[in-house]
Every structure is written in structure tokens, then in C-alpha cells.
Design a protein around this ligand. Structure first.
Ligand SMILES: Cc1cc2nc3c(=O)[nH]c(=O)nc-3n(C[C@H](O)[C@H](O)[C@H](O)COP(=O)(O)OP(=O)(O)OC[C@H]3O[C@@H](n4cnc5c(N)ncnc54)[C@H](O)[C@@H]3O)c2cc1C
Ligand code: FES
Length: 278
């Protein structure tokens, strides 16, 4: 059962049909009169979602979410979170931040979950992905569907999902996904080629640049400066520094690695090579 977001076994090439997205949410204490009752989602752009969270001891907290983007394809993740903070300060004066989250989720080419056997897996390997930020609901649906399939009683609604045909809009979206990956691959590779890798970035910072011929990521962690080959161990995308999470993120299919180069998530399964290991 592969439920790792992007499947870590590539046989079905599912990573090519899903789009990795990062999104953000912040919680605030706000004056009671300002807490909205209910859940609201902006109709326009940039996206904002606002809801109240009743607290056990009485009162409510405000949660603000938004500013989602493709993994590794923004110049500064931290700026997007700061933008959410600024928006909240403008619309909810006096709000005091209590919690902050970021999350990674995947959207399929037609926005519907991909649930079922992995191609060329002999029917023994099942996949569930593409929940498009609705995985608490769709994850339960996927579990019922896969359990039903294994026990020989697949729910009737799953057949409609499995046998859906690719509509022109879905096919166009799949082509666009590939084009966007190609553009991201070129942009990050060129960006790394024209800069030299920094030798000692400021604390908490990181950047990718050339060291010799190879794109190298250098970051400053609590334990000192750390250098790793900034080449994704999935299919070789050139990584970018995520200044909010302090991680190396792949703009192609969304793999992420810690500052020290360990796999965090995504289709990649191997750690980055430390540059000092050469
Ligand atoms: C603030 C917030 C509010 C939300 N509200 C709702 C809501 O109201 N309703 C709703 O339906 N959904 C909601 N969601 C979305 C929902 O939580 C997610 O869609 C869901 O958790 C995704 O579940 P998943 O099991 O597919 O992935 P995850 O929960 O992300 O689990 C994937 C697991 O795979 C592991 N993994 C990934 N890559 C690798 C790898 N290479 N090697 C080893 N392990 C790996 C990860 O560590 C993780 O444990 C919300 C999400 C957030 C952040
Ligand atoms: S996640 Fe596929 S190349 Fe990085």
C-alpha cells in the first residue's frame, strides 16, 4: 500500500500525473468579537481560507490558510508566510500568532484522487494519492475502496472513479504539467549554473550554486555549514533552498531533503550525497 503522497515506487509514472503543492496555515488568538463563526474560502486570488477553532475551555481561535504554490517554484516560501501574517494583521487587528504549519499535498491532472493498483505491480501494490488538500475525506474513501477491493467487494462508486475516461481538459492539464516540469528543470539548472555556491551563508540560510561543475547546496545549520550535491536523487532535478522549512526542495516532482540531505518526503528514496564525501 503506497500512501506516501507521491508514490515512492515509480512503475506507474504517477509522479508525472500529479502536481506537488505546498500550503500554509497560521493560528491566532484574536479579540472574541473578531473571530468569524464558520469556515470561509476566498473566491478569488490569492487564496485565503479563514475559520474559527472552538477551544476546549471556551473561546475560539482563528486559523488563516492560503498562499499555496508548486513545491520549489517560488523565490521565497518565508515571504509567502509573512504575507499571510500581514494580511491577518490588516483584517484582524490585534491577532497574536500561536501556531504555524506548512503541508505538502498532491493534485492529479483532473483534480480527482488516484486510487487503485499500481501499474505493473501484479495487482498486489495499491496506490492512493492526488487528494488535492482533501485527504482526510479522500483518504478514508481510498481506505474503504482498497479494503473492499482486497476483500472482493469493491464499492460501486469506486468503479466510476477507476473507469473515468481522460477528458480533453484533463489531457491538456497533463501536458501542461509536463511543460511546467520542463520549465522548472531548466530554470533551476540555469540558476545554479550562473552562481557560485556560497562558502558560508548566514545562520539559517542556504543557497545553490556551482562548485566545480556540479550544482552544490550550502546551508548553515545549528551544527555548522553543510554542503550537499543539490541534485535530486529521484530523477536529477536541481534543488532549491526552502527558506521557511530550511530544506532542499525539488521543483520537478516535489521531493524534499533536510538541510543535511536526508529524504523528508516525495518520490525520492535516497539521501543527497554530501559534497564533503567526495
Ligand atoms: C491545516 C490543514 C487542514 C486540512 N483540512 C482538511 C479538511 O478539512 N478536510 C480534508 O479532507 N483534508 C484536509 N487537509 C488535507 C489532509 O490533511 C491531507 O490531504 C492528508 O493528510 C493527506 O494524507 P496522506 O496520507 O495522503 O499524506 P500524508 O498525511 O502527508 O502522509 C504521507 C506520509 O508518507 C511519508 N512519506 C512521504 N514521502 C516519503 C518517502 N520518500 N519515504 C518515506 N516516507 C515518505 C510522510 O512522512 C508521511 O508520513 C488539511 C491539511 C492541512 C495541512
Ligand atoms: S522529485 Fe523528481 S526529480 Fe526531484
Amino acid at each position: 500500500m503506497l500512501a506516501t503522497g507521491a508514490p515512492i515506487i515509480d512503475r506507474g509514472l504517477s509522479f508525472a500525473t500529479i502536481e506537488p503543492m505546498r500550503s500554509y496555515a497560521l493560528a491566532f488568538d484574536v479579540p472574541p468579537a473578531l473571530v468569524p463563526r464558520g469556515m470561509y474560502l476566498s473566491a478569488g486570488s490569492p487564496s485565503r481560507s479563514v475559520r474559527d477553532v472552538p477551544l476546549t475551555g471556551g473561546g475560539s481561535r482563528l486559523v488563516v490558510g492560503g498562499n499555496g504554490h508548486d513545491v520549489g517554484r517560488t523565490s521565497s516560501e518565508r515571504a509567502l508566510v509573512d504575507d499571510l501574517r500581514a494580511w491577518t494583521a490588516e483584517h484582524f487587528p490585534g491577532a497574536t500568532e500561536t501556531h504555524a504549519w506548512s503541508a505538502q499535498d498532491y493534485r492529479s491532472y483532473d483534480s480527482m484522487p488516484l486510487i487503485g493498483p499500481l501499474p505493473r505491480g501484479g495487482g498486489r501494490i495499491q496506490v492512493a494519492t492526488g487528494f488535492d488538500k482533501w485527504g482526510m475525506a479522500s483518504g478514508a474513501m481510498a481506505a474503504r475502496s482498497i479494503a473492499g477491493r482486497i476483500l472482493g467487494a469493491e464499492p460501486s462508486w469506486q468503479q466510476a472513479l477507476s473507469r473515468r475516461s481522460i477528458r480533453p481538459s484533463g489531457a491538456a492539464r497533463a501536458v501542461l504539467l509536463s511543460a511546467e516540469v520542463a520549465v522548472a528543470a531548466t530554470t533551476s539548472a540555469v540558476g545554479a549554473a550562473v552562481r557560485r555556491a556560497p562558502t558560508s551563508p548566514p545562520p539559517g540560510a542556504g543557497a545553490v550554486g556551482r562548485r566545480g561543475l556540479l550544482p552544490t547546496g550550502v546551508s548553515a545549520t545549528e551544527t555548522g555549514t553543510c554542503a550537499a550535491h543539490a541534485i535530486c536523487t529521484h530523477l536529477g532535478g536541481v534543488l532549491r533552498w526552502n527558506d521557511n522549512e530550511r530544506s532542499w526542495d525539488c521543483p520537478l516532482h516535489g521531493s524534499r531533503f533536510s538541510a543535511e540531505g536526508e529524504v523528508i518526503e516525495g518520490p525520492a528514496t535516497r539521501n543527497l550525497r554530501r559534497a564533503a564525501d567526495d
